[in-house]
Write a protein that binds this ligand. Structure first.
Ligand code: SF4
Ligand code: SF4
Length: 302
């Protein structure tokens, strides 16, 4: 951990899925949850990771000598292979691979440098009602840097949004809300046991934070939608009631997609949820109708 820099895993420009208008989304690295369906598993660790793209490998062998752990082998039968149990994430091999087959995911950046990146698209924000969104991982685990970043963006007149799992102390969340116009609050499941089984943590603190945040700021609720996990009509009715009680402006349903399935092996991991699927389209629209009948604004996919 670096106290003066933020650990970022991506800065995505022209984003239209993370709040109103055209936005730049800053993805902070590190997350205390382990959602089975996570589409960005490279966001989870609190340190930079090795991520592999086999298709780029030219078989030059430079990485074999660069690895002090002897974790990389090269054979005729298997080509370049990584023994992940030996890898300590030193990332020396990423410097040796000029073909971008071995890549570092995660960089430490100072706030002024992040703001400089964000500023590049300022014209788009002004014309589209967009701005900057800080997402993750879980951004609140770097709350000091995130508060500084959003304060700097606000000082330049940008609209600011925070996309959060809500899993943090209230103090950290409140410190960031001071510089946040809109909260995109993720809700995965309203039953704490089901939440814990799918993410590794219960939802009590998350729901408490949602209630408190909604008293201070505009909120949109976002829910990943996974068939057989959280897509029952009863669960959607509960979610609708939560949104109404807390004055949420909108619910975004984010149907499951397979992003994490391809990425997990690139990080040396086994994808933990191979059977996950999105609900059928007509079912998603039925859920949308249920919410809309209660006066909730609903979007699908963003
Ligand atoms: S250095 Fe890169 S291209 Fe060369 S063998 Fe290693 S992974 Fe493949
Ligand atoms: S990151 Fe892993 S594979 Fe790469 S050089 Fe370090 S130990 Fe070896």
């Amino acid at each position: 951990m670096n106290n003066h820099k933020g650990l970022i895993f991506d800065i995505q420009r022209f984003s239209i899925h993370d709040g109103p208008g055209i936005r730049t989304t800053v993805f902070m690295k590190g997350c205390p949850l382990r959602c089975l369906w996570c589409s960005n598993p490279e966001s989870q660790d609190f340190f930079p990771n090795l991520m592999v793209r086999d298709i780029n490998c030219k078989g030059c062998g430079a990485c074999v000598n660069a690895c002090p752990q002897g974790a990389i082998t090269m054979t005729q039968a298997e080509g370049r292979k990584i023994e992940w149990s030996r890898c300590d994430q030193c990332l020396l091999c990423t410097g040796a691979c000029i073909y971008h087959s071995l890549n570092r995911r995660g960089s430490y950046m100072e706030v002024p440098d992040i703001v400089q990146e964000i500023r590049k698209d300022e014209g788009f924000y002004r014309n589209s009602g967009g701005g900057v969104t800080v997402s993750g991982g879980e951004a609140l685990w770097q709350s000091e840097i995130v508060a500084q970043l959003l304060a700097a963006c606000k000082a330049e007149g940008m609209h600011t949004a925070l996309d959060t799992t809500g899993h943090s102390s209230w103090e950290k969340l409140a410190s960031v809300l001071n510089f946040t116009d809109l909260v995109l609050f993720d809700v995965k499941h309203l039953d704490s046991g089901a939440h814990r089984r799918a993410t590794g943590v219960g939802n009590e603190q998350i729901l408490e934070n949602l209630v408190k945040a909604a008293k201070k700021k505009r909120i949109w609720i976002r829910m990943p939608l996974i068939a057989g996990f959280n897509d029952s009509e009863a669960h959607i009715q509960e979610l609708t009631a939560l949104a109404k009680r807390n004055g949420a402006e909108k619910i975004s349903l984010l149907p499951y997609h397979e992003g994490g399935k391809a990425k997990s092996p690139q990080l040396g991991r086994i994808y933990p949820y191979p059977d996950a699927v999105a609900p059928a389209e007509n079912h998603i629209h039925r859920l949308k109708d249920i919410m809309e009948k209660e006066g909730i604004v609903v979007s699908i996919g963003s």
